[in-house]
Design a protein around this ligand. Structure first.
Ligand SMILES: O=C(O)CCC(=O)C(=O)O
Length: 325
């Protein structure tokens, strides 16, 4: 398996705004993360069973369905996985997964050798008919600070199960990433930011991108994408994680209290509320976060301290306000 992307894959990413690479991870590299997530579900389910919140632990159910069963009895099961204010589960297997050498090789092909793990990463268990699981049309830059609009932050969308239209794989709008940040509204479906249909360019048709387990979909931060509700009885487990060049504004080495809106913008991270981390640096190898403990400590500083920096303010207005105007 090559360690980076082929020239054709890089061209597709640059021209179309995305590329699907079917063979980033081996199954043996994914399984530890599935097992770790299963452990989190198991421990939470045991606690909920002891508290009388669920009737059984549903331990006999496979990875693809167990969460739906427990969630059907009590929604609290989601908290340890998705977190309350971003972040969510990030155990040792998760750290190994997002610092996988082949994944970083692909990133090096797109952002160069000095690679920062963007603070924004999520584990998304998309359950059948679950409104918060489907994500409406948006560009990731809609969530980031405007001073990063011209920068490249690569979203890696990595499913832990095979994904296809029926279980809610992603759709992308090709060749729309050259048009800058489109108008977003807050309070869209599921509570997410949304680009309304009339603001999406009509020159291109959306492309549905099935990704097998082991593959990844790489997108730019300006590539419009979405996922829709699905009804088939499987949890469409996916991880999304982002990488950027070390030249892109970040909060490496900072404490939450170091944030100030008065600082020059190039010193303000693209997404200030969570911690960026160095994943690869041939120039300064000592800065690389090379253990889960170090990673966890950096993340915890931002998650547990009271002075967590605010999210970017882009002036987006609620959908309902816009509809009334
Ligand atoms: O997983 C999904 O359904 C949506 C993911 C997404 O929108 C993202 O990673 O930015």
């Amino acid at each position: 398996m090559p360690n980076g992307l082929t020239a054709e894959q890089v061209r597709h990413f640059t021209d179309e705004g995305y590329v699907m690479v079917p063979d980033v991870f081996t199954d043996a590299e994914i399984q530890p993360l599935r097992d770790e997530i299963t452990g989190v579900i198991d421990s939470a389910a045991q606690d909920m069973l002891a508290a009388g919140k669920i009737s059984r632990s549903w331990a006999e159910e496979p990875f693809e369905t167990r969460l739906t069963r427990v969630f059907g009895e009590c929604a609290e099961i989601l908290s340890p996985i998705v977190g309350r204010a971003g972040g969510g589960h990030s155990g040792p297997a998760f750290f190994e997964f997002i610092t996988n050498q082949r994944l970083l090789g692909c990133m090096e092909s797109l952002v160069g050798p000095e690679i920062i793990g963007s603070s924004v990463y999520r584990i998304r268990p998309k359950m059948p008919c679950y409104e918060r699981g489907a994500v409406p049309w948006h560009q990731d830059s809609g969530y980031f600070s405007p001073h990063c609009d011209e920068e490249l932050i690569v979203t890696c969308w990595i499913p832990l199960v095979d994904t296809y239209p029926e279980n809610g794989c992603l759709q992308v709008l090709p060749r729309a990433h050259g048009r800058g940040v489109m108008r977003h509204f807050t309070h869209g479906p599921g509570g997410f930011l949304v680009i309304q249909d009339e603001d999406l360019p009509t020159s291109e048709r959306p492309v549905t991108v099935p990704v097998p387990a082991g593959g990844a979909l790489f997108m730019t931060n300006l590539t419009p994408h979405c996922s829709s509700l699905h009804t088939v009885d499987v949890v469409r487990w996916a991880v999304d994680v982002r990488y950027q060049s070390a030249t892109v504004p970040n909060n490496i080495g900072e404490l939450p209290g170091d944030y100030s809106a008065a600082r020059p913008t190039h010193e303000i991270a693209c997404y200030p509320p969570e911690a960026d981390f160095v994943v690869q640096s041939p120039a300064q190898p000592e800065r690389v976060v090379d253990s889960w403990h170090a990673f966890h400590e950096i993340r915890q500083r931002f998650e547990t301290q009271g002075d967590r920096p605010p999210g970017p303010q882009r002036g987006w207005v609620p959908v309902a306000t816009a509809d009334r105007a």
